[in-house]
Design a protein around this ligand. Structure first.
Ligand code: NAP
Ligand code: MG
Length: 471
């Protein structure tokens, strides 16, 4: 039994004042393998005070000092890379290849913060005034379970680059990953109070962070529902917010692409990590006259994507993180059937022989119109919809007919044509011909997918406040 009974406040691992525990459950077999102690409001207030005290000196550090802290952080997290991958596979059920990529993205985000910090202009002249970019203050960082370490490390590195101090509340379902991150950050030797990490409930620790007057900003990644609640609380004390929320991204395949290559890529992008990815391209838009051909390719491709033990190198789809998510996804598959959509592959229930874990059959629906709930709502499971279009303008209109605007995908023979289509999609992050990632470029959503941008210089700016001095 693994017991995580400490939180990290003011440079030390300490027992929380909160006396509740939560079970840790293996998504592969439903076994309880450990428990985690949950912090309470009092612990949160102590952590905020530690961050507030540390802010006084940390906000005065030089660029060179902060670059050095970020380099130490990069080194310390790199040293635990394999542990982080192993634990993400075990605790979250993330396929090993996906988990490896996620942790590498986190490390790349630290590197991007270093690059951004070295180049950043903290003082400039605008008009006749001096404009100084100043550290915002204490930041509350609230993260979900699906790429826990990457979110913690990327948000923290932007905050450190900007001279802010933080209190981090990860998902308690990621407690083992959080423990390794806390240990490696402790080893990095940042000044006490610069970062504090509390396992605890969103409605307790998250709520205290969102309402406490000594917190200047919340950086949140998670669902749109919770993001809206945080924004409502935050406005009471005028906290700045960065919100990275849900998505229902479209992948548009133009008529001229090689469908034998593009469809498998689109399926991979929609189904990776069991669809528990905010940027998943869950609506696949294809020309109407290609429907039968596409259905055939999907029927041939899906069986080649292994659903299985996430620690196997060739597993594409592991179990979902929790029974709750499994049941939620089953409800959506039933909803698709009830809405009259046609099952191309997959369906209700578990794949044969995999009944002990939270496994879902990779499912693709055809006969879907964009007004159906399965085309509008984020499912966060391995469930995709195929929607047909007649002309490109219609494809763009369908892609944009969503409350979300996080990501998008365009597959085109002519890359410039792909870029042209991408420019017309109302979303923050659009890949042409594949799944692309650039740690220096801004990441975030249009519309109800969020507010603000993360990574690199854009991400760092969100932790700074401009001050104009006129003489
Ligand atoms: P969630 O339910 O919104 O929870 C996210 C975090 O917020 C958790 O740490 C949660 O704590 C906390 N929280 C819950 N209620 C809160 C409250 N009232 N005040 C403050 N904090 C609160 O999301 P999830 O189910 O963990 O993750 C899946 C969602 O995240 C999906 O919708 C997905 O699209 C989104 N996501 C977005 C991005 C992006 O970059 N845009 C990336 C990944 C995931 P508890 O765990 O204790 O509830
Ligand atoms: Mg939740």
């Amino acid at each position: 039994m693994k017991v995580i009974d400490q939180i990290y406040i003011n440079g030390s691992f300490v027992k929380p004042h909160g006396n509740q525990f939560m079970d840790l459950i293996n998504p592969l077999n439903q076994e309880i393998f450990g428990k985690v102690a949950l912090a309470d409001e009092k612990d949160t207030q102590l952590a905020i005070q530690a961050a507030k005290t540390a802010f006084k000196s940390f906000s005065k550090t030089t660029v060179a000092e902060r670059v050095s802290y970020l380099e130490k952080m990069h080194q310390a997290v790199s040293k635990r890379k394999q542990d982080l991958i192993d634990v993400m596979v075990y605790e979250f059920g993330g396929p090993v290849q996906f988990s490896t990529a996620v942790i590498q993205n986190g490390l790349d985000a630290i590197q991007a913060s270093i690059t951004a910090l070295k180049d950043f202009k903290f003082v400039s002249t605008v008009g006749t005034s001096q404009v100084r970019m100043e550290s915002l203050g204490v930041v509350g960082i609230i993260t979900p379970w699906n790429a826990s370490n990457m979110f913690i490390v990327s948000k923290l590195s932007s905050a450190i680059a900007a001279g802010c101090t933080v209190v981090i509340k990860p998902s308690e379902m990621s407690a083992m990953q959080t423990q390794i991150i806390a240990e490696s950050l402790h080893e990095a030797g940042l000044p006490a109070g610069v970062f504090n990490i509390l396992n605890g409930l969103g409605t307790v620790v998250g709520q205290e962070l969102s309402t406490n007057k000594d917190v200047s900003k919340i950086s949140f990644t998670g669902s749109t529902v919770v993001g809206k609640a945080i924004a409502v609380h935050a406005v009471e004390t005028m906290k700045r917010v960065t919100l990275e929320l849900g998505g229902k991204s479209a992948a548009i395949l133009l008529d001229d692409v090689n469908f034998n290559e593009a469809i498998p890529l689109a399926l991979f992008g929609g189904l990776m990590s069991g669809g528990q990815v905010c940027t998943a391209g869950t609506r696949i838009l294809i020309p109407e006259n290609r429907l039968e051909e596409v259905k055939q390719i999907i029927k041939e491709t899906i069986p080649t994507m292994k659903v299985g033990n996430p620690s196997d190198q060739d597993t594409a789809i592991g179990p979902l993180v929790s029974k709750k998510q499994y049941l939620r996804v089953q409800e959506y598959i039933q909803l698709g059937i009830d809405e009259g959509a046609e099952l191309v592959v997959g369906g209700l229930g578990q794949p044969e022989g995999m009944e002990s874990g939270n496994f879902v059959k990779p499912t693709v629906f055809a006969g879907v119109t964009n007004d159906m709930r399965i085309a509008q709502e984020e499912i966060f499971g391995p469930v995709l919809v195929l929607i047909t279009y007649k002309i490109e303008e219609e494809a763009i209109a369908i892609a944009n007919d969503s409350i979300y605007g996080l990501a998008g995908y365009v597959f085109a023979k002519d890359v410039e044509k792909g870029r042209e289509i991408a420019a017309q999609i109302d979303a923050g992050h659009i890949s042409v011909n594949g799944l692309k990632h650039d740690p220096l470029a801004p990441f975030g959503g249009f519309k109800q997918s969020g507010i603000g941008r993360e990574f690199g210089a854009f991400g760092m700016s969100a932790y700074l406040e401009p001050k104009t001095i006129l003489v």
